[in-house]
Ligand binder design. Structure first.
Ligand SMILES: Nc1ncnc2c1ncn2[C@@H]1O[C@H](COP(=O)(O)OP(=O)(O)OP(=O)(O)O)[C@@H](O)[C@H]1O
Length: 634
């Protein structure tokens, strides 16, 4: 494998950075000047499977959310979109505009099917009612979020190749997929970044890579949430120019939300849909915007940017009320353009339409996602190394502090060592994933929604990395500290000790996944430790019969208690011989005496192990269910 570069370099393509810079300058001169020098206007070779053209219409779209009102101490319903309607044709570049908080992203999310909960109304695709969850719709469309969410430590080429394998499966040859990848990268002006790490791309390049990744299946409808936000004017023009080209070639429907574009950029859009306060105040061609506003008494001053003007009108700066604008928008004629949907009257066109190849199968998805995880970790191993080193160092420290406590009759020191060890393994197992997972969520949301893979392979690929690593960390700690503290060197005891400790650590990790998935990061930070401590006190220095009745159930479900008692029994049970007494009298010279007094003289280690692992499996199932709900019940 080639070493990834940290900046775009001319590799695998005749196109160079110098050409890119020149094209950027061309773009700044406006759309009319974008010529053959520009990457984005290079001819598409049409090697992608032809996809159906899609006309999208929507009626009475409403979005309601339930809000908790502290003042009234009740839940109230708030309507954000108030029954908007419209129609977007294939081959059109559509801009959804409006003041901040008008409902642009909400409308885009509802149309894309990204938001389902709370949305009512009807969306039709080529005249047929669309279900947002339908597989057919998901195959036809893609949704690109505002923030570019890419894995920073894989290269552009690797990201594209992996996406191609996942999305296009293995029914088509790797050579064909590679040619698709190269063609798309060339089309989007990213060929020279093939070996560049995604994290090192510029904002504009990231946006284009986002688009390239989704274009692999050649979707008919592209939804983009504020694709130009955060870009300079040159990159904005490039981005809108690219979207325009995507709409024109193959007559895709490209719909994006946009913040106050320049007059030049605005002209590149075919259709404008202006939202204010959750209502539509204009829908139609860009060229008809100013005449329409003039008809309601809002005259655009000369040399004023129409995009700025319509926003100013929407927020009432020209004295035109929202009601008047909404009423005027309702009188706008529907688009009379011919519907270009592929229906039975166009059999030869319809014949050319192909379903994209089936995506990779379950096991292949697991393998590819696992490979991606490993690749990222290989390049960014500092965190893993830190985790491993910390375990080793703490093992040395504990070993030093409790040196020899394993064979001495000073049982209390060993008792504290065993408790501390388990607490350490529970904390490190839990917190590492509790905090890391919320960051993963955004990538998962985007890729899962765009049908890259299913949830189960994704989750399995994460576990295939996290479980062995946590087990390795725990082992490194246990080996060092077990030996230094002088615990009994007997095969069975060593095996039980290691297995129980690692199992408890992995179950804590499962809890960590669950907390990370179900709670916001700020709450997860303290909820994780609180739960760990809560379960740990039941079993440590408190006996079952001393525990108030109301808390006794905690004994039965505490994997910490099960783990701790099993460790004590493994070390002191199974008829262990007398401990070394270096003083005149040692109360716990006989290990069985200690176990008797702690009321843990009949521990069944295997049963406890089953309980620990059972809770771990249960937590993973609950995590997967919570993830499924998050992904599918938005
Ligand atoms: N789930 C929700 N709960 C409560 N309010 C919401 C929710 N989703 C959106 N809103 C509110 O709806 C309004 C519209 O939000 P939206 O994100 O669609 O605005 P926008 O036009 O895209 O704004 P911007 O341009 O600033 O991103 C905002 O006032 C927002 O606070």
């Amino acid at each position: 494998m080639t070493t990834p570069t940290t900046h775009c370099s001319p590799s695998r393509s005749s196109l160079s950075c110098c050409q890119f810079d020149r094209s950027s300058q061309d773009d700044m001169r406006g759309p009319a000047i974008i010529g053959n020098n520009n990457y984005f206007l290079q001819r598409e070779k049409h090697s992608f499977p032809k996809r159906p053209q899609v006309d999208l219409s929507f009626r009475d779209i409403r979005y309601r959310v339930k809000e908790w009102s502290i003042r009234n101490f009740s839940i109230r319903e708030k309507e954000i979109l108030h029954g908007v309607s419209g129609e977007f044709k294939s081959g059109e570049l559509v801009a959804i505009m409006g003041p901040s908080g008008a409902g642009k992203s909400t409308l885009l999310n509802a149309l894309a099917g990204f938001t389902v909960k709370g949305v009512s109304g009807e969306v039709r695709v080529n005249g047929k009612v669309r279900s947002p969850q339908s597989e057919r719709w998901k195959r036809t469309s893609c949704y690109i979020q505002q923030d570019s969410i890419l894995r920073t430590f894989i290269t552009v080429g690797e990201a594209m190749t992996l996406a191609a394998h996942l999305k296009l499966g293995y029914t088509i040859s790797s050579a064909y997929k590679h040619s698709q990848v190269l063609e798309l990268l060339e089309m989007l002006g990213l060929s020279h970044c093939y070996d560049t790490l995604c994290g090192k791309l510029s904002g504009g390049q990231k946006k284009r890579l986002d688009i390239a990744l989704e274009l692999l299946t050649n979707p008919s409808v592209l939804f983009l949430d504020e694709p130009t936000t955060g870009l300079d004017s040159s990159s904005c023009s490039q981005c809108v120019g690219l979207m325009k080209r995507l709409a024109e070639l193959e007559r895709r429907t490209v719909i994006c939300t946009i913040h106050q574009p320049s007059a030049l950029l605005l002209e590149m859009f075919d259709t404008l849909y202006v939202v204010a306060g959750g209502y539509c105040i204009y829908k139609g061609p860009v060229s008809s915007l100013l005449p329409h506003l003039a008809s309601v008494g809002a005259h655009c001053p000369p040399y004023h940017n129409p995009a700025d003007f319509v926003i100013e009108v929407a927020i009432g700066e020209y004295g035109t009320s929202l009601d008047k604008l909404v009423a005027a928008a309702e009188t706008l004629p529907n688009d009379q353009k011919r519907t270009v949907a592929l229906t039975t009257d166009q059999p030869e066109e319809a014949e050319k339409v192909k379903e994209p190849p089936p995506p990779a199968g379950f096991l292949t998805q697991c393998y590819l996602l696992y490979k991606r995880q490993l690749l990222s970790l290989k390049r960014d191993y500092s965190l893993l190394m830190a985790r491993l080193l910390c375990h080793l160092l703490i093992g040395l420290l504990f070993g030093y502090l409790y040196k020899g406590s394993g064979y001495r009759a000073n049982v209390l020191a060993n008792y504290v060592y065993l408790y501390g060890s388990l607490l350490l393994l529970v904390y490190t197992g839990k917190m590492a994933v509790t905090l890391a997972f919320p960051l993963e969520m955004r990538i998962l949301m985007r890729e899962h929604f765009n049908r890259w893979y299913r949830l189960a392979p994704y989750y399995i690929s994460i576990l295939l990395v996290e479980i062995p690593f946590q087990a390795a960390c725990a082992t490194s700690y246990l080996v060092v500290s077990y030996w230094l503290t002088g615990q009994p060197i007997e095969t069975n005891r060593i095996i039980f000790f290691m297995v129980v400790s690692i199992a408890a650590s992995l179950t804590a990790q499962a809890w960590g996944f669950f907390i990370g998935v179900t709670t916001p990061i700020k709450i997860a930070v303290f909820l994780g430790p609180i739960i760990a401590v809560l379960f740990s006190i039941f079993g440590f220095c408190i006996r079952y019969f001393d525990t108030p009745h109301v808390f006794r159930w905690m004994f039965h479900i505490s994997y910490f208690r099960a783990g701790f008692h099993s460790l004590l029994y493994t070390v002191y049970g199974y008829d262990r011989m007398d401990l070394l007494c270096e003083e005149f009298y040692c109360h716990y010279k006989r290990p069985s005496k200690f176990l008797n007094e702690m009321e843990i003289n009949d521990v069944n280690v295997v049963n406890n192990l089953v309980l620990i692992l059972g809770i771990g499996v249960l937590m993973h199932l609950l995590t997967a269910s919570a993830l499924w709900c998050k992904l599918n019940r938005r």
